[in-house]
Design a protein around this ligand. Structure first.
Ligand SMILES: [Ca+2]
Length: 209
């Protein structure tokens, strides 16, 4: 009986009330401020990026790639679609399940926003113990890699667990994203949006196991 009680306590402690929230919409962007991961002037491909005191970007595999098929890319396919309405250079990963792009923020963050698209069901974003896929962004069946304006969405994620690392992964081509920003007021923004969602805009909450 005592063991059962302890077990229940452990289960309750494990099923935390802490939640991660995500909202998504076609536009406009949720923020034009924050810590902006600017790739407009970096070399195409998979060269590591480091901005002192702000962030680092690492690519896995670390094998150099400057063929404009993964890493920092520009323009339309073969292997990626331009996030709409973005122009200029952006990130793209995928093709093999072990391929990832990780952004490490020097200081802990609680909110992230970026333009995701084209959104595919097999795109996965991981922050701490929580992962999101394309199915969390454009419901219910819209995450099909549509390369038109309804296939990309701005997302805003807030968490009560400060994080340093954000990992983008895709089992197939491709997870394309741009305009990545760590923003300080995401939690408040999510609270406000929670009462005023319109159109396809969705609020998803996830609870950590
Ligand atoms: Ca895509």
């Amino acid at each position: 009986m005592r063991a059962v009680g302890i077990g229940l306590l452990l289960v309750m402690a494990g099923s935390s009330v802490f939640a991660d929230s995500l909202v998504a919409r076609f536009g406009p962007a949720y923020s034009t401020g924050g810590i902006y991961v600017d790739v407009s002037a970096v070399p195409l491909g998979t060269s590591p990026i480091s901005v002192a005191g702000a962030y680092d970007v690492s690519f896995s595999p670390a094998t150099p790639d400057n063929s404009n098929t993964r890493g920092v890319v520009q323009g339309p396919p073969p292997n990626h679609a331009i996030p709409i309405p973005w122009s200029g250079q952006y990130f793209s990963t995928g093709g093999v399940s072990t391929e990832t792009i990780t952004i490490h923020f020097v200081n802990p963050q609680t909110s992230l926003t970026f333009l995701w698209g084209s959104v595919d069901l097999y795109n996965t974003l991981t922050i701490g113990n929580t992962s999101w896929t394309g199915a969390d962004v454009i419901p219910p069946t819209g995450a099909d890699g549509n390369q038109g304006p309804t296939g990309s969405a701005y997302v805003l994620i807030a968490t009560d667990q400060p994080f340093h690392d954000v990992t983008f992964k895709s089992d197939q081509y491709a997870f394309e994203f741009a305009d990545v920003r760590a923003v300080p007021d995401g939690g408040m923004t999510l609270m406000l949006l929670g009462g005023a969602l319109v159109g396809f805009e969705t609020l998803r909450r996830k609870f950590r196991a």
